[in-house]
Design a protein around this ligand. Structure first.
Ligand code: FCB
Length: 475
């Protein structure tokens, strides 16, 4: 794709059956990190080890207190006109250290899902949101094939336990993030900088995904999972761009960035294979995947029923300045700084609403059979609290509304032009905990007060959201 200006689009109506919902995750909302016999995940472990790694020293422990107030939270979401919410089961709450179902943890989730249903919210369940159990990490985490088996085993138990009540399942949220953050860029524990290890983790997660899909299909065929249930994968796809008038080498950089971040997963979930051109280029540059006989047959099981597209920002790359980095790892692309980029300064992410449309049209062209929805989109702002008005409400109309409006309009246009996008989940809706950033950037239409027992209060934008969910018109 080449550079295009983020022109506004005037499409503003979404189909009647288009759904609106909230994106959440277990580790970022539930809290109760030691209740129900829950074991330590990587975030709990890291919080204990070095609380200074977390903004304002707020670790993983409390989430946004949703574990204690899910009934009212789901009612609050429904009152905004939302009809669904995706959250995740925490592996460490559902499964004990012997790999058996933890009944107390399972009951917690049954009760939570029942409360959501009562409020009129359909829960979509994701199985993994960067929350590797610490005891499995000590055994190598995603680098160890036994852990892949353990994940498939956990998935099987979850499908069997909730198979009659949940319709929409997902194997992973953003499977590209752990390879990048933990193994390539070294930002997250265990702080590894190794491109080859990162690609092997990515490969192993692809196997884990495929084994979970296989378990799902088997249990569905056996009647343990409802007939109308669907399985999918959620990733943060980044539409790739480069400079205007690119060289061959710039285009090559786009091919590899797109190949590793996007096509890898799109091919896996639609064809049950990994993109041959990417694997070949990696091998030519010395990045060898530790494949085993039989892997191809496993990956072939990875095809899904639909896909979640998390969209925050595009990726802009150019030809790398050097072939290899200081430790001899190959470089395939450098970042390209687009002079016209509009940035969300709190998060350091570019705001480019048109990217959602460009990627939608790429999927429509290259993967025409694939149904999907926007599974995350949102804006995290550090100064939210500074916008409090006299009535005590945060007035976020000047930034949160335009952000969501512009993205939704581009979605409306993509649908008009044939994209198979079925709905939109806003990330957060209710402020929640964000990994190392903890509560630094607030995403919600609903404020969570850390000073007042995590109490909830609508922000000004909530009224706007309610209007959109009721009319399907993006004013
Ligand atoms: C995404 C993650 C989600 C949340 C948002 C802001 O990358 O999936 O957990 O932290 O970013």
């Amino acid at each position: 794709m080449t550079e295009q200006n983020p022109n506004e689009t005037t499409y503003c109506d979404l189909p009647e059956d288009f759904f609106f919902g909230a994106a959440l995750s277990g580790p970022q909302t539930e809290g109760m990190w030691q209740a129900h016999g829950k074991l330590e995940n990587m975030w709990d472990f890291w919080s204990n080890q070095d609380i200074r790694a977390f903004h304002n020293r707020v670790g993983s422990y409390a989430g946004n207190d949703m574990g204690a107030r899910y009934a009212e939270d789901y009612e609050l979401l429904a009152s905004l006109g939302l009809s669904s919410a995706r959250t995740s089961i925490q592996w460490t709450r559902l499964i004990d250290a012997n790999g058996k179902l933890n009944r107390e943890g399972a009951d917690f989730y049954h009760e939570m899902f029942t409360a959501a249903r009562k409020a009129g919210i359909e829960v979509f369940v994701n199985l993994y949101h960067f929350d590797m159990p610490a005891y499995l990490f000590r055994r190598g985490g995603w680098e160890n094939r036994e852990v892949i088996e353990a994940y498939a085993h956990y998935a099987r138990i979850a499908f069997a336990e909730f198979g009659q009540e949940i319709v929409h399942w997902f194997t992973f949220n953003e499977p590209i993030v752990e390879p990048e953050q933990r193994y390539a860029h070294g930002n997250w524990f265990p702080f590894v900088h190794d491109f080859g290890r990162a690609r092997n983790v990515q490969y192993n997660i692809s196997l884990a995904h495929s084994l979970a899909v296989l378990a799902f299909r088997e249990l569905q065929a056996a009647g343990a999972v409802r007939e109308d249930a669907k399985i999918g994968l959620i990733n943060c796809f980044t539409p790739p761009y480069t400079r205007e008038n690119p060289t061959e080498a710039d285009l090559e950089a786009v091919r590899m960035a797109d190949g590793i971040d996007n096509r890898w997963w799109l091919d896996l979930v639609t064809k049950g294979t990994l993109p041959a051109d990417v694997i070949e280029t990696l091998a030519e540059r010395g990045v060898v995947l530790a494949t085993r006989p039989g892997d191809e047959a496993i990956l072939a099981q990875g095809k899904v029923d639909w896909l979640g597209f998390n969209y925050y920002q595009p990726t802009r790359v150019q030809a790398p300045a050097r072939d290899t980095d200081e430790q001899g790892d190959p470089c395939f692309f450098d970042p390209y700084v687009w002079p016209d980029a509009v940035m969300n300064k709190s998060r350091g992410w570019e705001i480019y609403p048109k990217g959602i449309y460009d990627f939608a049209m790429t999927m429509t062209r290259d993967y025409p059979e694939l149904d999907w929805f926007v599974s995350e989109n949102g804006i995290g702002i550090e100064e939210d609290h500074a916008k409090r008005t006299e009535d005590g409400r945060i007035d976020d109309l000047a930034y949160r509304v335009p952000f969501v409006r512009d993205h939704l309009r581009w979605v409306a246009r993509a649908i008009e032009e044939g994209a198979r996008c079925r709905g939109y989940h806003y990330w957060g809706v209710i402020d929640c905990w964000s990994w190392n950033n903890a509560y630094k950037n607030r995403y919600g239409f609903v404020e969570v007060s850390l000073q007042e027992n995590y109490d909830r209060r609508l922000k000004a934008s909530a009224e706007w959201l309610r209007e959109v969910t009721h009319t399907h018109h993006i004013a």
